[in-house]
Design a protein around this ligand. Structure first.
Ligand code: PEP
Ligand code: MN
Length: 338
């Protein structure tokens, strides 16, 4: 049960309500950003009539509450003047990792030439092997920051650990939480307190329910701007890196107001498969794409096999433009000039 109350409800009134609920055996989770309390298991509400500051009661039957479509039908927010949310599509592209000044400036110039507004790039990389390239760290953030500034791009980069929060927040516009950290609940709870959107990737083995509950960890801390990112799930078949779940896009959109961006680069692991999956995701209603590109994919220090060339990416943008009649959302890139 969700109990909503008047925006400026006196804290002592709230404390009385919480005490009343506790006496009946219910824990209440106060969500200040939404002027409500989430009270799991509460069904009998007649005794609440004495609390005149209560404006509304809402029963949401799913385990996740704040991420649900019943809680909120839609969401819209701006990142450096670019609209994102339930009814928008945004294209994010860039290298898996920031590798050098030359690489990131070349990429930024290319993105800007094509009207792309968001640049991705990892500075702190989650790598399976500790002996692989793990990113340039702070220097990578600094280089990406400079390139983004010069070309008027917004940054999406991954936060791996709470100890790096201040550093990453200094440069990024959207905080990416990677697949491996989707279930790092203490990290997610802290992201509820920040004032930048969080892009929450689906855990590689996460059920939809678990993914949406992970979003609730962020939302319940007060951060309303969560973007979900489908990046494929693990399967038994080594033929593709992951199984890119296109069906989950409309499925999650039927359950949640949160935008769902598709990442066909990690979803497939192969640059040759990215165009088909990108187009499929957009027609399936995705709120955009996140795609790995590299000025010289063969030389990429991470995820080389899935990085698209600049030419390939330009062609993909043209193909997406041709699909515009089937895409129901405005895209943040003017594709007709690409
Ligand atoms: C990434 O986007 O670079 C990345 C590491 O993705 P994921 O967390 O989905 O594996
Ligand atoms: Mn990658």
């Amino acid at each position: 049960m969700i109990i909503f109350f008047e925006p400026n409800t006196n804290p002592s009134n709230l404390a009385q309500l919480q005490l009343h609920l506790k006496q009946q055996g219910f824990e209440s989770n106060y969500i200040s950003s939404e002027n409500c309390c989430i009270v799991p298991g509460l069904k009998q509400t007649t005794s609440l009539q004495q609390f005149t500051f209560i404006t509304r009661l809402q029963q949401i039957d799913t385990a996740y509450q704040l991420a649900s479509k019943e809680f909120k039908a839609e969401i819209q927010f701006e990142v450096n003047g670019i609209l994102m949310g339930t009814h928008f599509a945004n294209i994010i592209a860039g290298p898996c990792s920031v590798e050098s000044e030359e690489q990131i400036f070349e990429t930024a110039a290319f993105l800007s030439k094509n009207g792309i507004r968001f640049m991705r790039g990892g500075a702190y990389k989650p790598r399976t092997s500790p002996y692989s390239f793990r990113g340039l760290g702070k220097e990578g953030l600094r280089l990406m920051g400079q390139a983004a500034k010069q070309y008027n791009l917004s940054i999406v980069t991954e936060l791996m650990d709470l100890s790096l929060l201040d550093e990453v927040m200094q440069y990024t516009d959207i905080v990416q939480i990677g697949s491996r950290n989707m279930a790092n609940f203490y990290l997610l709870a802290e992201l509820g307190k920040i004032n930048k959107p969080v892009m929450l990737k689906r855990g590689m083995q996460a059920k939809v329910n678990e993914w949406l509950l992970a979003a609730d960890y962020i939302l319940s801390g007060g951060n309303k701007n969560v973007i979900l990112c489908e990046r494929g799930i693990r399967s038994f078949d080594p033929m593709s890196r992951n199984v890119m779940d296109i069906a989950v896009i409309p499925l999650v959109q039927s359950l949640s107001h949160l935008p769902v961006i598709a990442d066909p680069s990690h979803g497939t692991g192969s640059a040759s498969l990215v165009p088909a999956l990108s187009m499929a995701a957009m027609v399936a209603g995705a709120n955009g794409l996140m795609i790995e590109i590299h000025p010289n994919p063969a030389k990429a220090l991470s995820d080389a096999h899935q990085a698209m060339t600049f030419e390939g990416f330009e062609k993909l943008l043209k193909d997406i433009n041709r699909l515009q009649p089937f895409i129901q959302k405005p895209i943040d890139v003017n594709l007709s000039v690409v």
